[in-house]
Design a protein around this ligand. Structure first.
Ligand code: SAM
Length: 282
């Protein structure tokens, strides 16, 4: 249906009232109702016309509308069955563009549902947001993952942990996992007052695009390494990596001072250590 022929959508506040969608804290529901803001978020991955997109937690459908207006072919998974009638109305207005799966995003095989080359875009429920991100970042990369970008709203503190550089308090396992084969940046900060109801803290949209996996480095080795290093982040590497076979030798090979602490080791240096570890261990 062309934009001119499309029925005007009711305001989101009206959708919430009509369908009785009072926000549930347990489901991490903080809705975005400002359609201009939602259009700006939907623009972050670039033009979506005809592109595959996947949304977790459409709720009353604010971001969903923006993605459909941008022309995305969208699959959305929502756990709260109260939202399904509102989403069905949206599917009628945008025929053949929206498929809603009623279920838990932690259990849905998104790749099988949407297919490769998908943009993942979501205002994530805070309680499963990090787990979903870690799952997407740990996907098979051959030479790239099945998703082509991630545009995700997080609480500011989580966003800062994703994009952090070495040397700061936010830097840790999540930053290394997000950056060793992806570019991750904060694309937009969002004030808490933009949400209904407002959460206690500020939020930010993180945009992540994948790069090919660095040659000779396995996720398994990098993860073991960062788990050990950041498990005791205040300790020197010679102490924190003591229990990881081959790690102290790898530090020496790469030329990293074992007296340094994990938070000073850059993503590139972790990659080098993991590559060396990979040559000597399974
Ligand atoms: N996208 C809407 C917006 O931006 O206004 C709602 C965002 S709200 C922060 C999170 C949404 O995720 C809610 O609709 C909630 O019901 C849904 N949700 C919570 N846990 C979920 C899960 N495990 N799987 C799928 N959806 C979930």
């Amino acid at each position: 249906m062309t934009a001119e022929l499309r029925p005007i959508l009711p305001p989101l506040r009206e959708v919430i009232a009509t369908h009785g969608l009072q926000a549930s804290k347990a489901l991490g529901q903080n809705f975005l109702l400002d359609e201009q803001l939602l259009d700006r978020i939907a623009a972050i991955p670039g033009p979506l016309k005809g592109e595959r997109a996947f949304e977790v937690g459409p709720g009353p459908g604010g971001l969903t509308r923006a993605l459909l207006r941008a022309g995305a072919q969208l699959v959305a998974v929502e756990r709260d069955s109260r939202c399904l009638p509102a989403l069905a109305e949206l599917a009628e207005v945008f025929p053949d563009q929206l498929r809603v799966i009623s279920g838990d995003a932690m259990e849905v095989d998104a790749r099988a549902e949407v297919g490769d080359g998908t943009h993942i875009i979501a205002n994530l429920p805070y309680n499963v947001g990090t787990a979903l991100l870690v799952g997407w970042l740990s996907a098979e990369w051959n030479p790239l993952p099945w998703w082509s970008s991630l545009t995700l709203m997080f609480q500011m503190e989580v966003a800062e942990r994703i994009v952090a550089r070495s040397g700061g308090d936010h830097y840790g396992r999540l930053a290394v996992l997000a950056q060793w084969r992806s570019d991750a940046r904060i694309a937009m900060k969002v004030h808490r007052s933009a949400f209904t109801p407002p959460p206690k803290v500020m939020s930010a949209v993180v945009h992540i695009t994948p790069r090919p996996t660095p040659e000779g480095v396995r996720l398994r080795h990098l993860e073991r390494l960062t788990a050990a290093a950041f498990g005791q982040r205040r300790k020197m590497l010679r102490q924190s990596l003591k229990g990881l076979p081959g790690a102290l030798e790898a530090l020496e090979t790469v030329g990293i001072d074992p007296q340094r602490r994990a938070e000073t080791v850059s993503v590139e240096e972790f990659i080098e250590i993991a590559r060396t570890l990979g040559k000597t261990s399974a």
